[in-house]
Each structure stands twice: as structure tokens, then as C-alpha cells.
Design a binder for this molecule. Structure first.
Ligand code: ATP
Ligand code: MG
Length: 392
């Protein structure tokens, strides 16, 4: 018996003239994600995408898990496929549906006939297949109002599809349909969630991570790359550009007032990220701040670091509580990695009493004690790039 995945597209259905571009991007993303699980044919048709294995070798369980993480799909059904013939459909139902009926008391059959040349109409198909299920499972009852399980029979152009309902997909829009942005990725809880949320809107990610070796360790960097790999299971593969802030931080310690360290350092981070984003063709920056969460995330603190960026800064976590951000982190699988206790460049040389209501003029005065431009350029010159893959 042949099994396929039937994926229901989300918002892309609404996109009028762009619909083809959205569908093609979605199919391309699915083909790429499906590669580790075998050889498949991926076709878009009537607001659904069908993923069919080309041989008997395919890992359908692995494929299913991966496809649930592809943005642009709102629901996924695992279906048995057979010829458009009532005997073949009855045979397939007897063979395919028992696992979905175990422990259930009531059911109903819903039929849909998009191929109008099929001789029976939808109610007739549902009635006949309902009879087949009852005959094979005499303890079951039909309940059309509130059944424990709904069996679907869909007569489509390519064949008859039988399934027992839909699993929720990742939603959002296909990655690659909404531009490219640079994620400032730390080892914390918030920035991986921020990257996930913006990628969900169809944005292709690039990431920059700031380290402060030897004050931060190789293990701390590994942790960040691991977080990037988990985000890539949704966002697709993306490069992580690693930039060292060591020299900048050493200069800050020597020349600037302690309570301004963090703010001036954040201006460096924004400047470096902004310049890097332009060179990579990104249209925006992504960060993980939540308003008021820490001293550097008050409105005033954001007000003195934000103006450094010439590109829009997307902060999807800005209105979320920590608990809400953690919920997303747990759901996407980054939480356990994020809470591993490794140091971050922002936590080495942290001032004891950071400024929570800084004034821009004072911050600039501190910043200008150093050669800002030269230090930004030096940091970019020493950048290294690691490409993370979305392998399961
Ligand atoms: P996170 O949980 O994302 O680390 P946080 O609550 O620790 O956030 P901050 O340390 O103030 O907050 O950082 C705010 C944002 O700045 C982060 O969400 C991230 O986007 C960026 N950022 C912080 N540290 C780094 C770093 N080492 N490399 C890249 N970006 C960073
Ligand atoms: Mg952090």
C-alpha cells in the first residue's frame, strides 16, 4: 500500500498573482527538507502539496516529522493512496484504517470528490465506505455530530486518498518569500525564539554571534551553533558569522566608565551587525529583547542603541513575558540547550550598576573615547563563518 503526505497550504493561498511564486518556493523548501528521508515527488495542486515517495525505500515517519516544521504548511495528513475505484477504496480502508480506530467508539466518514467524473457523489461514497468500516468493526457506531474519529476519503485527480485527520503544521509563510534578515544570535533563550518567529514570516535567516574569546569559551560557541541547528530545522540552513569583541571589550575596560560598558558595547554590536547585514543583502536585523526584561532593554536603553542601525530592527519578543518566550522555546526545542550555563560576551565585564535611564550624549561621549570606526572594521575583518545544516 502506498502512503503519501497531503499538506494544506496556509496564507499562500491568498496571495493572488504571487501564488505561483509562493507555491514554488514551498515545494523547493519541502524537496530540500525531504532529501535525508528518500526520493520523493513534490507537487502543488489546488491549495495542497502532495509528497509522494518514488520507491519503497522512503522513511515516511522521518519525512512526516520534518514536514511538520516547514513554514507555509498549516496541516499535514498521512494518506493511503489507491485507484479511483470503490472496490480498491474499500480494500485500502480495511487495510489502512484499523490503527486509527483502536480504542475509539464512534466514527464518521467524510467524502470529498474534486474529480467530478467519479461515478458516485460524496454522500454516496461516505455511506458505502461507512458500511465497509462497520462490517469490519461491529463494535463501532456511526456518530455524525461528535465522532471520536473522522475518516476522510478524497477523490482527486491523481487518485483516491484515505486519511484519518490532519496534524497541525508549522504555519507561517515559506522561507524565501519575504526577504532576508540578520539575526543577532546569543546563547540565551530569547534570540533563537526571535529568529524562529521572523523566519516563520517567510524570511531567510543569516546569523551573527559575538564572542569574546578567551573570556568566552569554545564550548559557549558550540552551544550557539547547536541552537542555530535547531532553529534551522524550521528556518532551513543558514550561515552563522562569528565576530570577536575581545579587543573592543579590552579597550572599553581601559578607557570607559564602568556603568556605560554594556550600552557602548551594544552600540558596537548594532554597528557591526548593521554593516554586515548590508554586505549580505539583508533588509533588517533581528534581536530578542523583551521590554524592561533587563537594564539594557528599557525604552531609554533601546533608544540609545537603536539609532546605530540604519536597517529596521525586528524584535518579535518585545511584548512577550519571559514565561511566554520560554513556552515557544520549549515547543521548538531550543530551551534545554539555551539553559546550559555558558558565559556570553555580554556577561563578561558586566557593570555592577548598569545605567537604566541613559542619556545619548553621555553614551556618545563614552563611545568616542575609542576609535569606533576602526574597531568596528577590525572586528569585521576577523569574522569567521560557519554554515549550519538543518539535519535532524
Ligand atoms: P537572549 O536570551 O537572546 O540572550 P537576553 O535576554 O540575554 O537575550 P541581552 O543579553 O540583553 O538579552 O541581549 C539582547 C539581544 O542582543 C539578544 O536577544 C540578541 O539578539 C543580542 N545579543 C546579545 N548577546 C549576543 C551575542 N553574544 N551575540 C549575538 N547577539 C547577541
Ligand atoms: Mg543573552
Amino acid at each position: 500500500m502506498k502512503e503519501i503526505l497531503l499538506c494544506k497550504c496556509g496564507e499562500i493561498v491568498l496571495k493572488g498573482a504571487n501564488r505561483r511564486f509562493f507555491e514554488e518556493t514551498l515545494c523547493k523548501n519541502i524537496r530540500y527538507r525531504a532529501r535525508p528521508f528518500g526520493r520523493f515527488e513534490v507537487t502543488a495542486n489546488q491549495s495542497t502539496v502532495v509528497i509522494a515517495p518514488l520507491d519503497g525505500e522512503a522513511d515516511m515517519d522521518g519525512l512526516f516529522e520534518a514536514v511538520l516544521r516547514v513554514f507555509g504548511i498549516v496541516g499535514v495528513s498521512r494518506c493511503a493512496v489507491c485507484e479511483k475505484d470503490m472496490d480498491a477504496i474499500a480494500r485500502t480502508v480495511r487495510e489502512y484504517v484499523p490503527p486509527f480506530l483502536s480504542g475509539k467508539k464512534t466514527f464518521k466518514v467524510e467524502a470529498k470528490r474534486s474529480d467530478k467524473t467519479f461515478p458516485l457523489n460524496s454522500p454516496a461514497i461516505a455511506a458505502e465506505i461507512g458500511g465497509v468500516v462497520l462490517e469490519a468493526n461491529p463494535r463501532l457506531r456511526v456518530d455524525v455530530r461528535n465522532p471520536d474519529v473522522v475518516l476522510h476519503v478524497e477523490i482527486r485527480e491523481m487518485g483516491a486518498y484515505i486519511h484519518a485527520g490532519q496534524f497541525r503544521g508549522a504555519g507561517g509563510m515559506p522561507v524565501g518569500t519575504n526577504g532576508r534578515a540578520l539575526l543577532l544570535l546569543s546563547g540565551g533563550i530569547d534570540s533563537p525564539v526571535a529568529g524562529y518567529m521572523i523566519a516563520k514570516r517567510g524570511v531567510q535567516l543569516e546569523a551573527v554571534h559575538f564572542e569574546s574569546f578567551p573570556y568566552t569559551s569554545e564550548r559557549a560557541k558550540e552551544k550557539v551553533l547547536e541552537l542555530a541547528r535547531i532553529v534551522a530545522q524550521y528556518a532551513g540552513s543558514f550561515p552563522v558569522h562569528v565576530v570577536s569583541l575581545t579587543h573592543i571589550q579590552e579597550e572599553l575596560v581601559k578607557n570607559c566608565q564602568e556603568d556605560y560598558f554594556t550600552l557602548v558595547l551594544r552600540r558596537y554590536m548594532m554597528a557591526i551587525a548593521d554593516r554586515l547585514a548590508h554586505s549580505l543583502g539583508c533588509g533588517g536585523l533581528i534581536t530578542g529583547e523583551s521590554l524592561g526584561q533587563v537594564a539594557s532593554q528599557t525604552m531609554q536603553a533601546l533608544g540609545v542603541t537603536d539609532p546605530v542601525a540604519t536597517l529596521p530592527v525586528f524584535r518579535p519578543c518585545i511584548g512577550l513575558d519571559k514565561e511566554e518566550i520560554i513556552q515557544v522555546a520549549r515547543r521548538i526545542g531550543t530551551f534545554e540547550t539555551s539553559i546550559q550555563p555558558y558565559e556570553d560576551c555580554c556577561t563578561v565585564f558586566t557593570p555592577k550598576h548598569p545605567r537604566t535611564r541613559p542619556e545619548l550624549s553621555r553614551v556618545l561621549e563614552q563611545q568616542n573615547r575609542l576609535d569606533f570606526e576602526a574597531l568596528v572594521q577590525e572586528a569585521l575583518d576577523g569574522m569567521q563563518t560557519v554554515r549550519v545544516k538543518n539535519e535532524p
